[in-house]
Unconditional design. Sequence first.
Length: 86
Amino acid sequence: MTRRIDFDEWEKQRGKWMVEYFKTCPRRRPRRRPRSPEKERLLDWLVANAWRQALKTGEIEFLGPRQIRWHIFQGAAAKGKQIANE
């Protein structure tokens, strides 16, 4: 048995639910002071370096536009074997 869902009505309800959730949700306050340019460059460099390292080790591979394969367990297993062999 299938149920018909009116997507427009669902989207309106979802919007109301999200507003209520964010009003009552205890969460961290957003950052009020922008990061310094040096910190932004450093964080960008760290992220880019992590991606380059993952590509070099084969932990991730690009299959095409917006398609990435992430070898989570093979990378972790390989690291565990390296530690065990040392």
